[in-house]
Design a protein around this ligand. Structure first.
Ligand code: SAM
Length: 265
């Protein structure tokens, strides 16, 4: 099987991916694109990558396009990533007056670790009810993974030991080496597909929105469009968290910086 894409095929895939996700892949991503498409081509028994791309563009099978988009998104995430945000969230939860449910949105939730980390913390601070976490992602495979709530044990290394005991179940038998997020936590967490580049579904309003490690993939006009689509879903006293490598400083938004990677309405 040939592993390389012609320039035309590469640009066609870049264009297709950009039209769905809004993310423009650079030439530097070519090896990654080729590696990931290779697996999809193999699955269909297509020998050459260029043939796979031609077939993809001719047939425009929505299910296959979803598979391509899923393969090309970068889903790296882990429990309690960027702990300063969780310290800040803990204080907000402690100060919450309890009149309305405390609601948090993980706006690019990947495989769910971010949403379940938020949920563990809220369960610790607020108890079993009175709060809700919603996770959304472009990738259907990631949304399904998040809903399953099963993770290899080694991914739990940043989860405090007490939280592990209280909020996770250790797998036995054929689930050995895995953990399952507890049912009581899962009852307050739901996951759906949502594309940040399109009109958002009706999600309600949020005390905190985690929009972390996703803006980095977009150019400034797209970043601005995303932030201005997401920010109106904050409650009046709400906060938006970005990844620590992501700044909104060059963007025209209604948000004001509060501290590193924390913004208020
Ligand atoms: C690197 S992960 C970040 C996960 C998590 N927020 C964190 O900080 O650990 C980026 C996620 O953004 C998602 N994504 C990329 N483009 C998107 C879009 N247009 N709309 C929604 N999600 C998108 C990807 O599918 C991926 O799961």
């Amino acid at each position: 099987m040939s592993d390389s894409l012609s320039k035309e095929s590469f640009l066609a895939v870049v264009g297709l991916f950009e039209s769905v996700s809004g993310i423009r892949l650079s030439e530097a991503k070519r090896p990654l694109v080729e590696g990931r498409l290779h697996k999809l081509a193999q699955r269909l028994g297509v020998r050459r990558l260029d043939d796979y791309v031609r077939q993809l563009l001719e047939q425009r099978d929505p299910a296959e396009i979803v598979r391509v988009v899923d393969k090309l998104t970068t889903n790296e995430t882990y429990f309690f990533r960027e702990p300063q945000h969780f310290e800040f969230l803990a204080r907000l939860a402690e100060d919450h007056d309890g009149h309305e449910p405390f609601r948090v949105w993980s706006a690019a939730s990947s495989s769910g670790e971010e949403a379940y980390s938020i949920a563990m913390l809220l369960a610790e601070k607020l108890g079993a009810t009175g709060w809700e976490v919603i996770g959304t992602d472009l990738s259907t495979v990631m949304v399904e993974t998040a809903r399953r709530a099963v993770y290899p044990m080694e991914r739990a290394r940043h989860v405090p030991r007490e939280y592990l005991k209280r909020h996770c179940l250790r797998g036995h038998g054929d689930q050995e080496g895995r953990l399952l997020i507890s049912r009581s936590l899962r009852q307050n967490v739901r996951f759906d597909n949502a594309n940040l580049m399109e009109t958002l579904p009706a999600l309600g309003s949020f005390d905190v929105i985690f929009l972390r490690n996703v803006l980095i993939y977009f150019d400034n006009p797209a970043k601005e469009a995303i932030v201005n689509r997401v920010a109106p879903l904050l409650k009046p006293q709400g906060y938006l968290f970005t990844g620590h490598a992501e700044s909104l400083s060059n963007l025209a938004t209604q948000l004001r910086p509060v501290r590193t990677a924390v913004y208020a309405r």
